[in-house]
Design a protein around this ligand. Sequence first.
Ligand SMILES: Nc1ncnc2c1ncn2[C@@H]1O[C@H](COP(=O)(O)OP(=O)(O)OP(=O)(O)O)[C@@H](O)[C@H]1O
Ligand SMILES: [Mg+2]
Length: 252
Amino acid sequence: MGTVIVITSGKGGTGKTSFCGGLGVALTELGKTVLCIDADIGLRNLDIALGMTDSVLMDFSDVMEGHCLLSRAVATHPGIPNLSLLTAPLSLSREEGVLSDFASLIEEARTQYDYVLIDSPAGLGLGFRLAACAADEAIVVSMNDLSAQRDAQRVLSQLPPTIPVIRLVLNRVKPRLFRRLGQTVDDVMDALGLPLLGLIPEDPAVLLSSNAGRPLLKGSDKGAARACRNIAKRITGVPVPLMKIGRRGMIV
Ligand SMILES: Nc1ncnc2c1ncn2[C@@H]1O[C@H](COP(=O)(O)OP(=O)(O)OP(=O)(O)O)[C@@H](O)[C@H]1O
Ligand SMILES: [Mg+2]
């Protein structure tokens, strides 16, 4: 049975979608089969982060409404056979019963993939509740700013109590900014009361690769790509030391 992980944050723009795509690819590099599910109804963009905009035809509402089987609705990555995507609809035709229907879809998916990664939308609305309803683990993606950390606290209070493992990924880390703020990674962990799964440095490659329609990890083992690989290893139980701050204040 596969592991279902929801990637969430509360605040918008913390890097959930970029991280979900990077983590998905990194897990396939470790020999895992991965289904990424975009739960951002109306504002989906995980297909862009994965370089799969031309591949998606069906979405998860097609499965929930019985229009097609899960196996037909998922799109396989053109260059990464172990990576699939189930995208979000632009809208839902109903709200009643969708949580239990989505949970059934997830239960089916976990029988077919080693990892099911669900990219939650910002906020605490229906998309967030769908994304979290059947998860075994949660990853909260936060950043330096206090508003991101406050929203993360709010998310923690709204996650289903049935999720036993909740970990923190600190994204867009700029060591110099930490110094100027007089903040440490430990301070953020203490504020949220979460164990750290990994740090992802600020890295222009995230935007550049996404805009070029190419997965972040394709051909790169630096910066954010390396951070995603390290996190994938930790998720699969391989201990990897945290990235270090190098001589010029960069994370290496
Ligand atoms: N580590 C990083 N370094 C630099 N830019 C990043 C990093 N992570 C994400 N970004 C950029 O931040 C922006 C928001 O990223 P992304 O869409 O992944 O966030 P999100 O949390 O999914 O947003 P939303 O809440 O709207 O769904 C994008 O322009 C992305 O390229
Ligand atoms: Mg997103």
